[in-house]
Design a protein around this ligand. Structure first.
Ligand SMILES: Cc1cc2nc3c(=O)[nH]c(=O)nc-3n(C[C@H](O)[C@H](O)[C@H](O)COP(=O)(O)OP(=O)(O)OC[C@H]3O[C@@H](n4cnc5c(N)ncnc54)[C@H](O)[C@@H]3O)c2cc1C
Length: 392
C-alpha cells in the first residue's frame, strides 16, 4: 500500500492552496458567482486533471482532482461546486458518452473554463428518484426537442452548456431516460435564481425549458440509455463532492486550532481544557478517516477499477463528518461561532449541502446496504466507453 501522493499531485495541491489563499480568500465574503476565477482556475489546469491532453487536460488523474477540490473547499465550498461541473460531471460525461462531434465541441471549452456547464437532473417532483424525471424529450428527426422544468441547478443562471436528463416516455421509468447536451442561449431557456442557506458563490436556478433544441449528435449514450449515463456522472460527481466535504472539515479544524489556542477563559487558553481537546481530537480523527475513504474511492477510479460502492461510502461518511465537525467548530467558538464576523458559521451552513447533493445520505445508505445484503451489487459495469476514447 502506498498512501503517498505523487510529486506531480503534491505540486498541484500546493498550487491550489496558494491560489485559494491569494485569489479566493480575499473575496470569499462576496456572495456571487465569479466568472474571472473560473477562467483563472481553467488556465491553471485545475479542472483538467482527469482529462487527456487532447481535451485540454493534464492526465494527472482523479486523485489530483480530489486534492484540488479539497483545497478550494477549505477556503470556499461554493467555488468547489464548480469542480463538479467544469471538471467532472459535465465534461467527463460528454467525453465518456458523447459523439465525437460533442466531445470536440464542448469538452475542452469546459475544462479550460471558457464555457460554464451545468447538470440538470432535479425537478419540482423529482429529486432522489431520477427514473421519474418528467421533462420530455422528443425525437424530431434532425434534432431533439425538450420541454419541462428543472430545479436546484448549480450554475443554472450562468451556464452556457447543460447536460439535461429527460424522458421520451415516462411510463418506461429509467428505461425512458435520455441525456442530451443543450446550449442555453435559446429563448426557451428561462432561469430564476433560488435563494439558499449556504454555498453563496455558487448560483442555483430553477429552469423552464420551452421548445429547447439539441442537435442529434448531442445525445449522450443511447436513446433511452440516459439512466446509465446518469449513474456514471453521479459516481464521478461524488468524488468532487466528498472531497469538498473533507475540505470544509479541514477548514473547521484550522480555525478551531487558532481559536482554542488564543481564547482565554478561567485564566488559560481553552485549548488546555480536556473537553475542548476531546472535540478537537474527534474533529481530526473523523476528518482523517473521511480523507482516506475519499482518496481510496478516487484511487480505484484512477486504476480503472469499479468504485461506485467505495465512493458512495466515502461521500456518505465525508458528508456526515462535515456536518458533525462544523457543529463542533461552532461549539468551540462559543458565541463567536454565531457571529457573522468569523467564517465558522459559513462552514456550518455550507457543510449541510454535503448530506444532500449528488445523492442524499439516505440514498448512499441504501446503495451501501443493498450491496452488503446482496440485494443489488453496487459495482456493476455500466460504462460503454466510446472506442475513440478507449484508444486515448
Ligand atoms: C445547493 C444544491 C445544489 C444542487 N445542485 C444540483 C444540480 O446542479 N443539479 C441537479 O440536478 N440537482 C441539484 N441539486 C438537487 C439535489 O440533487 C437534490 O436536492 C437531491 O438529490 C435530493 O432530492 P430532493 O431534494 O428532491 O429530496 P427528496 O428526494 O424529495 O428526498 C427528501 C428526503 O427523503 C429521503 N428519501 C427519498 N427517497 C428515499 C428512500 N427511497 N428511502 C429513504 N429516504 C428517502 C431523502 O434522503 C431526503 O432526506 C442541488 C441541491 C442543492 C441543495
Amino acid at each position: 500500500m502506498n498512501f503517498e501522493l505523487s510529486n506531480e499531485v503534491k505540486a498541484i495541491q500546493k498550487e491550489a492552496r496558494r491560489f485559494a489563499l491569494k485569489e479566493v480568500q480575499p473575496r470569499v465574503e462576496e456572495e456571487h458567482f465569479k466568472r474571472d476565477l473560473v477562467e483563472k482556475m481553467g488556465n491553471l489546469g485545475f479542472f483538467g486533471c482527469a482529462f487527456p491532453l487532447k481535451y485540454g487536460g493534464s492526465d494527472l488523474g482523479f486523485v489530483a482532482h480530489a486534492v484540488i477540490c479539497e483545497e478550494i473547499s477549505r477556503v470556499d465550498s461554493g467555488l468547489r461546486s464548480l469542480f463538479n461541473l467544469q471538471g467532472m460531471t459535465v465534461p467527463y460525461t460528454i467525453m465518456e458518452w458523447g459523439s465525437s462531434d460533442a466531445r470536440q465541441h464542448y469538452v475542452q471549452e469546459l475544462v479550460l473554463g471558457k464555457k460554464i456547464g451545468c447538470t440538470c437532473f432535479s425537478e419540482p417532483n423529482v429529486g432522489s428518484d431520477i427514473a421519474s424525471i418528467e421533462t420530455q424529450i422528443e425525437d424530431k428527426g434532425d434534432y431533439f426537442l425538450l420541454n419541462g422544468s428543472k430545479t436546484w441547478i448549480s450554475n443554472g443562471t450562468v451556464a452556457d452548456i447543460a447536460v439535461v436528463y429527460a424522458t421520451h416516455d415516462p411510463t418506461l421509468k429509467h428505461r425512458g431516460l435520455c441525456a442530451v447536451v443543450v446550449e442555453t442561449d435559446q429563448p426557451g431557456w428561462q432561469t430564476r435564481e433560488t435563494p439558499k442557506l449556504g454555498d453563496k458563490s455558487s448560483p442555483i436556478a430553477e429552469i423552464h425549458l420551452k421548445d429547447i433544441r439539441a442537435p442529434r449528435e448531442n445525445l449522450l449514450g443511447q436513446w433511452g440509455g440516459g439512466f446509465n449515463v446518469a449513474m456514471t456522472a453521479l459516481d464521478r460527481g461524488r468524488i468532487s463532492v466528498a472531497s469538498g466535504a473533507v475540505g470544509i472539515s479541514q477548514a473547521c479544524i484550522d480555525c478551531c486550532v487558532d481559536y482554542a489556542n488564543t481564547r482565554i477563559q478561567f485564566g488559560r487558553p481553552i485549548a488546555e481544557y480536556q473537553l475542548v481537546k476531546g472535540n478537537i481530537s474527534e474533529m481530526v480523527t473523523l476528518t482523517e478517516a473521511a480523507r482516506l475513504l475519499v482518496r481510496y474511492g478516487t484511487w480505484l477510479n484512477d486504476q480503472n477499477r469499479p468504485f461506485t460502492r467505495e465512493i458512495a461510502i466515502a461521500k456518505y461518511f465525508a458528508g456526515e463528518v462535515a456536518a458533525k465537525v462544523s457543529g463542533l467548530a461552532m461549539e468551540i467558538h462559543g458565541g463567536m461561532g454565531y457571529s457573522l464576523e468569523l467564517p465558522v458559521q459559513r462552514y456550518y451552513r455550507d457543510a449541510k449541502l454535503y448530506q444532500i447533493g449528488e445523492g442524499t445520505a439516505n440514498i448512499m445508505r441504501i446503495l451501501i446496504a443493498d450491496d452488503a445484503l446482496g440485494l443489488k451489487k453496487a459495482n456493476r459495469q455500466r460504462l460503454h466507453v466510446p472506442s475513440e476514447f478507449r484508444d486515448l
